[in-house]
Design a protein. Structure first.
Length: 346
């Protein structure tokens, strides 16, 4: 019987003291042979106690290493990890997730038998705490009205060929063929890399039996900030690959743009008030309808919070996308703002 493949797990993080311990404990519980596993924790010079927690694990487990990511953003951390990786297979993980014991072994198995160049699992979103608000945020991030047809968030019933997965499992040699992660993409770097992979004839497989648990943000302000960043960097991805990857990413920005245009022309053309009223009423009706459907399971308070989560997701993403269009497509700016202002986790 052949020995297991040597696997390197790369975990970029920055200021993740609240969740890094549970994430690392889930990796420790992995059923994959530790003799054939290394975990590279690539920290962006955290300032909140994250590094002391990581140091506890590094001192305890010889197969873990702490690397300094002086660039402080996710793609520089991932690239450093890939360059230092000893494994023939590289798996990206995220500090906001927890992973079941079979996560690594099943991804490696699927990579070896499927013919795929990148294999990923479904991400199930759970609440950061037991409040109605936290449960509503988790529900919004896994609801088709909230996130569209993002398969890795809403789930699939069988292995499915897709255009992207959030945390990939790759053969290390792939990066010699298509290159490393684009360091200008503080967010959405997976999208661009996976588009490059497909352009080179590669295939990406989403496997439902392999699932991680994503711990959602615990406040609407954090949710707004995260989705504004997701939207902001999408136009830069589109500029780099020469196309918009999915229609769903355009819908929030079109909604926000339509509202802004309608509001701006209403003083000059009062009948536009009716269009604005209809547009807002239609959106509110959908948000209330889908929120009300969870009331019987999660309670009225959760449903009320969810009716606020939906517009936070859509308006923040849409606003970020429009600002990104201005900065990257009109003004031609580069991708990296102040790295210290951005968290590395998804």
């Amino acid at each position: 019987m052949s020995s297991p493949a040597h696997v390197t797990v790369i975990l970029p993080c920055r200021n993740e003291a609240a969740g890094i311990r549970s994430c690392l404990e889930s990796v420790v519980a992995s059923d994959y042979s530790k003799e054939h596993l290394e975990l590279l924790i690539v920290d962006g010079l955290s300032e909140d106690g994250t590094r002391s927690i990581i140091s506890e694990f590094v001192e305890r487990y010889s197969w873990m290493r702490l690397l300094d990511n002086v660039g402080k953003v996710t793609p520089t951390g991932l690239n450093l990890g890939i360059q230092r990786a000893k494994g023939d297979i590289v798996i990206r993980m995220d500090a906001h997730n927890e992973y079941p014991p079979h996560y690594i072994s099943r991804l490696v198995e699927w990579l070896q038998v499927s013919g795929a160049d990148n294999v990923g699992g479904v991400t199930y979103t759970t609440a950061a705490n037991d409040t109605s608000k936290a449960h509503a945020i988790a529900l919004g991030l896994s609801h088709p009205f909230g996130v569209g047809n993002a398969h890795f968030r809403i789930g699939v019933s069988e292995p499915t060929w897709v255009d992207t997965v959030p945390f990939g499992c790759y053969r290390k040699e792939l990066f010699e063929k298509i290159g490393l992660f684009d360091v200008e993409l503080v967010r959405n770097q997976d999208d661009e890399l996976n588009h490059r992979l497909i352009k080179h004839g590669g295939r990406i497989l989403l496997v439902p039996e392999v699932a991680s648990r994503y711990i959602a943000r615990d406040s609407l302000s954090k949710l707004w900030r995260m989705y504004y960043q997701y939207g902001y960097f999408k136009p830069l991805v589109a500029r780099k690959i020469g196309t918009v990857m999915t229609v769903r990413q355009l819908i929030p920005s079109l909604f926000v743009l339509t509202v802004l245009v309608t509001v701006s022309v209403t003083p000059m053309f009062p009948p536009m008030r009716m269009l604005l009223a209809v547009l807002v009423a239609c959106y509110a009706s959908f948000a209330v309808f889908f929120s009300a459907r969870v009331a019987w399971r999660k309670g009225v308070r959760c449903a009320l919070w969810l009716s606020m989560v939906f517009p936070v997701l859509h308006v923040s993403y849409g606003s970020g996308y429009l600002k990104g269009m201005l900065d990257f497509l009109v003004l031609g700016k580069k991708g990296i703002p102040d790295p210290s202002a951005l968290s590395l986790s998804r």
